[in-house]
Design a protein around this ligand. Structure first.
Ligand code: PMP
Length: 395
């Protein structure tokens, strides 16, 4: 009898020769449990998804209730489906006033695709501006705006008319002109190793977009829903986007993404041609029911309010000569080490000792620290102890 691991390696497509190969039986709160009952602290929230931790009972109840009523009925946007309607209503109630309409997708990358198309369609312009070291997803459009040549070059030709600017560099904003359809940017860059921009930069970017009639697309797929200590990352910077991108924590553990804009902008998808973006499963009723329940928990339990304190605790604990810097905002943090080799050894030791951390796609010498927002101070102490032990071990 082959083991599960052997079957996984034989039958499930692999995208590296070095998958983590961890096996879990169940997950609850901040913990993942293997078949022997060993608990691992999930210090990365499944890459920015499990903001409420795993198996939140209210999210599970909402999923079960919806499954009993109906699952897929029709492609997106035709039938009036209660979970989609209620979820959009709730999201709009917490958005800034200009974001009045939500288009639900299957994933983050599909939200990116929809938003890029919408910006081109609405402005009638072709040029797109994105940032170096950005990550927006893995489909062709999203890959075209990824700021890392290494992952792109094998897939050309990609979208034409994409230009790159340096993140947090005000000089480069002069590239935004009346020819530019949109600037797509992560409010806090994730895969670049967590880079928080200056307030003055983001405000200048906003002003330049407004001045040139360019749509500002903020990708908050990783940063939203309390991750940075506010519901949305842009709240730290006193600006609002023209199009907001959401996914990951949006579904409370279920797969759903969204792009949101004003009625005026969004209505461009209805004309010349109609059906400007089509998706079968986008906004699946079960995912929307889960997402709504998750958002209610996030708001009712005021989880955002505890994030800054938890960040401060982590920063106060993770002090070691080998940790060169802790970057980030809230519970979206990166601990910078000397190089990838050291980082990888430390990460492996942490995992062995029951704390799951990892590195970043475009920044291999930094360790990702992004626990569920529900992590307690004691659990933070325990996780940081394990990290420090591993750092010390290899120093
Ligand atoms: N944008 C950002 C900032 C992301 O971090 C990710 C996923 N890591 C995506 C877009 C793509 O989302 P998905 O994997 O759901 O397609």
């Amino acid at each position: 009898m082959p083991t599960l691991r052997q079957l996984f390696l034989a039958n499930n497509a692999q995208t590296t020769d070095f998958p983590l190969l961890l096996e879990f039986e169940r997950a609850e709160g901040i913990y993942l449990y293997n078949s022997e009952g060993k608990a691992y602290i999930d210090l990365i929230s499944g890459i920015g998804v499990s903001n409420l931790g795993h198996s939140n009972p209210k999210v599970i109840a909402a999923i079960k209730q919806q499954v009993d009523k109906y699952m897929h009925l029709m492609v997106y946007g035709e039938y009036v489906q209660t979970p989609q309607v209620k979820f959009a209503e709730k999201l709009i109630s917490i958005f800034p006033k200009n974001l009045q309409s939500v288009y639900f997708t299957n994933s983050g990358t599909e939200a990116v695709e929809g938003a890029l198309k919408l910006a081109k369609r609405y402005t009638g312009r072709q040029q797109i501006i994105a940032c170096h070291n950005s990550y927006h997803g893995s489909t062709h459009g999203a890959l075209s705006v990824m700021g890392n040549e290494e992952y792109k070059q094998a897939y050309r030709p990609l979208l034409p008319g994409v230009n790159f600017i340096r993140f947090n560099n005000t000089d480069d904003l002069s590239q935004i002109t009346e020819e530019t359809a949109c600037v797509i940017i992560e409010t806090v860059q994730g895969e670049a190793g967590i880079r928080v921009p200056d307030i003055a930069y983001i405000q200048a970017l906003r002003a330049k977009c407004t001045e040139t009639g360019t749509l500002l697309i903020l990708d908050e797929i990783q940063a939203a829903f309390g991750r940075t200590g506010k519901l949305f990352g842009f709240e730290h910077f006193g600006i609002v986007p023209d199009i907001l991108l959401l996914a990951k924590a949006l579904g409370g553990g279920m797969p759903v993404g969204a792009f949101a804009a004003s009625h005026t902008i969004m209505s461009a998808l209805k004309e010349n041609p109609i059906l400007g973006h089509i998706t079968t499963f986008g906004g699946h009723p079960v995912c929307c029911a889960a997402g709504l329940a998750a958002l209610e928990v996030l708001l009712d339990e005021k989880l955002c309010d505890q994030v800054a304190e938890k960040e401060a605790l982590i920063r106060s604990l993770l002090v070691h000569p080998s940790i060169k810097q802790i970057r980030g905002k809230g519970l979206m943090l990166a601990a910078e080490l000397e190089n990838f080799d050291l980082n990888k050894k430390i990460i492996d030791r942490c995992i062995e000792n029951g704390v799951i951390v990892d590195w970043f796609l475009h920044c291999s010498n930094a360790m990702r620290i992004a626990p569920p927002l529900i992590i307690t101070h004691d659990e933070i102490r325990k996780a940081c102890e394990v990290i420090l032990e591993a750092v010390e071990f290899y120093s």
